[in-house]
Design a protein. Structure first.
Length: 255
């Protein structure tokens, strides 16, 4: 089993970098988790997954792995791929009929929700076969920009499949939402800059009053969401994530 070497991504609600300058070596989960029938704790027979070692640099983490004959893989999401995909997705979205795309994405979201709820790791096994490169980031950014979402629907299963626990996968996905939002917005602005029949106070396809209202309220509410995700158990968090994916899927099917 390969150990994961990665640098944690900070939440979009945090600006400090002290806790996020280190590199982490940890082992992905190799066995299924079980729920204690009495205490409702999530447990596993895999003790290696409990090991998490911090290093001041990526090079030290790699040197430690080599010295101790640990098979490893260095994990560092390709932000350039997400940026490219988000911008291209916005340009592509305004050119196509969205019905087929909407049904396809709704089906995928439903599968993701079932996988997270049942904890069968189908997507994790699938993503182990995929190259963790700029192409994955491009795909996440592309699909997220088309749907107008932060990317969690796609990036959470990807990061979880890459060996991160669910809380870390959500945190990393939240950080990736920043370049998706910025460059997806630029793509929609560019695509709609010369379009007529848009509402007043629009900048391209971006409606500025809605942008301002959602942004201001999100600044205050995002911190509480991050705190809740940190303190919830993996089981509860998994159920909430699955439920949210089911809601998104049903909404896309019927609307």
């Amino acid at each position: 089993m390969k150990a994961k070497i990665y640098q944690p991504s900070k939440s979009v609600t945090q600006s400090g970098s002290k806790k996020y300058s280190n590199w982490i070596l940890e082992f992905p989960r190799s066995s299924s988790t079980t729920i204690d029938p009495v205490m409702n704790w999530t447990s596993s027979s895999d003790t290696q997954n409990q090991v998490k070692i911090k290093f001041s640099s990526k090079e030290l983490a790699i040197a430690f792995a080599k010295k101790n004959s640990i098979d490893y893989e260095s994990f560092q999401p390709e932000a350039s791929g997400i940026i490219f995909g988000a911008f291209l997705g916005a340009l592509f979205a305004v050119q196509i009929n969205g019905l087929i795309l909407k049904v396809t994405i709704a089906t995928f979201v439903l599968i993701v929700g079932m996988d997270i709820l049942l904890n069968k790791d189908l997507l994790q096994n699938m993503f182990r076969l995929k190259p963790k490169s700029i192409f994955v980031g491009s795909g996440i950014g592309f699909l997220s920009s088309i749907l107008g979402i932060g990317g969690g629907t796609f990036s959470v299963p990807y990061f979880k499949g890459s060996g991160l626990n669910l809380t870390s996968a959500i945190g990393t996905s939240a950080a990736c939402g920043v370049p998706i939002a910025i460059f997806g917005t630029l793509g929609y602005v560019f695509a709609g800059i010369n379009q007529n029949m848009l509402p007043n106070l629009s900048f391209g396809y971006v409606y500025l009053p809605a942008l301002l209202g959602v942004s201001l309220t999100s600044i205050f509410s995002a911190k509480y969401g991050a705190d809740i995700a940190h303190y919830l158990s993996q089981t509860t968090l998994r159920r909430l994530m699955a439920g949210w994916f089911f809601i998104i899927s049903i909404y896309m099917f019927i609307v």
